[in-house]
Design a protein around this ligand. Structure first.
Ligand SMILES: Cc1ncc(COP(=O)(O)OP(=O)(O)O)c(N)n1
Ligand code: 3NM
Length: 405
């Protein structure tokens, strides 16, 4: 169970928080949250994974506070670079609704960089604060809580969880169209849309760590796969990448190369899969101009909105269930959140669900409307990969269009 303890001065938020918690419960977005009055000066958010102390407005000297949220700006004369420097220096400072040319910025610290999102309208501060606290209490990471909060601040539908793309704001990234208006520079350039995938071939998507596996899968008529060799010093890496690409071309299949985008370009791959950290360092223009497809990993609202800004060939949504294949810094999303992410992306980009998916879980994952399901262990740890593939494929059949009326 989670608790959200509010000091007396913020008790007016309760009437906004309660319907939001009810909406979250309806969508099954997380643990039950109990609202409690508190005699402390700060807000305390306690979830199964952490305890966070949050305080609005006043910059507080005590180190006990995890997030100091500055959300009141009396002057529009603010220097963005000074604010960014302050956030870089003090990672618990979160700036909300900073007035800039043409709109407002929300800014926060993430792994040594300042991240931000932009909205033309500020919306309502009480709604913003309420959703922010609710999302933190539901164990969403700070950046997802901020994105949800700004979407809800602008909503006229009280107590309703934001679900549609139009409700959400723009992420400040190299592809954001108002960078020069707001005076924010990126080292990388903006990039045009990436080539599409053949969506009929993007259903079952095995991710494997050797060219032998790629060969075996293609022989079993798998139409989309990924070569994911995590060791950049692996012996014969370039030959393996080149071989996997050639096998894919021969089989008329969609073989993606994880991480090694230069090798993928050099050897004419069908596509490249990149994580969020790779987006800042990879030459996206070189990938796009070489006509390679691009798949991007995401793990929540902020990353999804950022990925969408780059117009990739597909968006991967992870990790849905706990996985032992890889150490994950984030929490499993579960299918209920997955369903909302799918609704947010809609038909704009193909989607791939990944993480802990096995035969027993495929039906419920597939039911969320995702375009594809990526698996590692469900195939590589099977005694009979051919049978595993056949059984997985049987679940990934065309869905009937559901009539909600
Ligand atoms: C289809 C698919 N989805 C997600 C990932 C994970 O990619 P990334 O975040 O880059 O992490 P690593 O694979 O590098 O550990 C993926 N590879 N494929
Ligand atoms: C490689 C990878 N990426 C993930 C993500 O969420 O980004 S989860 C994952 C591993 C998936 O393995 P399995 O199917 O064995 O659980």
């Amino acid at each position: 169970m989670s608790t959200l303890s509010l000091p007396k001065v913020l008790s007016s938020l309760v009437m906004h928080i309660e319907p939001l918690l009810a909406s979250a419960a309806e969508y099954q977005l997380g643990e039950q949250v109990t609202l409690m009055p508190s005699s402390l000066e700060w807000i305390e958010v306690s979830t199964p994974s952490c305890v966070k102390r949050v305080r609005f407005e006043q910059v507080c000297s005590t180190q006990l506070i995890d997030y100091v949220l500055q959300d009141q700006w009396v002057s529009s004369e603010v220097d963005l670079s000074l604010i960014k420097a302050q956030i870089l220096k003090r990672s618990n400072v979160v700036v909300c609704g900073l007035p800039v040319n043409g709109g407002y910025l929300d800014l926060w610290h993430h792994d040594g960089e300042v991240r931000g999102c932009f909205s033309a309208d500020l919306g309502n501060t009480t709604q913003h604060r309420s959703m922010l606290l609710v999302a933190l209490a539901l164990d969403y990471p700070l950046e997802d809580a901020l994105v949800l909060a700004r979407a809800y601040a602008q909503s006229t539908q009280m107590g309703m969880w934001p679900t549609e793309r139009d409700a959400f704001l723009d992420i400040v990234c190299a592809n954001f169209s108002k960078l020069s208006d707001i005076g924010w520079q990126f080292e990388c350039q903006s990039v045009e849309a990436f080539a599409p995938v053949d969506s009929e071939k993007l259903t079952l998507y095995p991710v494997v760590d050797s060219v032998q596996w790629v060969k075996q899968l293609l022989e079993l008529d798998v139409k989309t796969t990924q070569l994911r060799i995590k060791d950049p010093n692996a012996q014969g890496l370039e030959q393996d990448v080149a071989h996997a690409i050639a096998l894919g071309l021969q089989a008329n299949a969609q073989v993606f190369i994880n991480d090694y985008w230069q090798l993928a370009i050099e050897h004419g791959a069908f596509g490249v899969h990149l994580g969020q950290e790779d987006l800042a360092v990879a030459d996206l223009n070189a990938i796009q101009q070489a006509n390679l497809r691009l798949g991007i990993s995401t793990h929540g609202y902020y990353e999804i909105l950022r990925a969408m800004a780059f117009n990739p060939s597909y968006i991967a949504l992870g990790h849905i269930y706990p996985t032992t294949t890889k150490q994950m810094p984030s929490l499993p999303q579960g299918v209920h959140r997955l369903k909302l992410y799918q609704q947010l992306i809609g038909n704009t980009f193909p989607t791939v669900a990944i993480g802990g998916v096995d035969l027993s879980r495929v039906p419920v994952v597939w039911d969320t409307g995702v375009s594809s399901v990526a698996v590692v262990r469900a195939i590589t740890q099977s005694n009979e990969p051919a049978i595993a593939i056949e059984q997985l494929n049987q679940c990934l059949v065309e869905r009937e269009v559901k009539d909600d009326n």
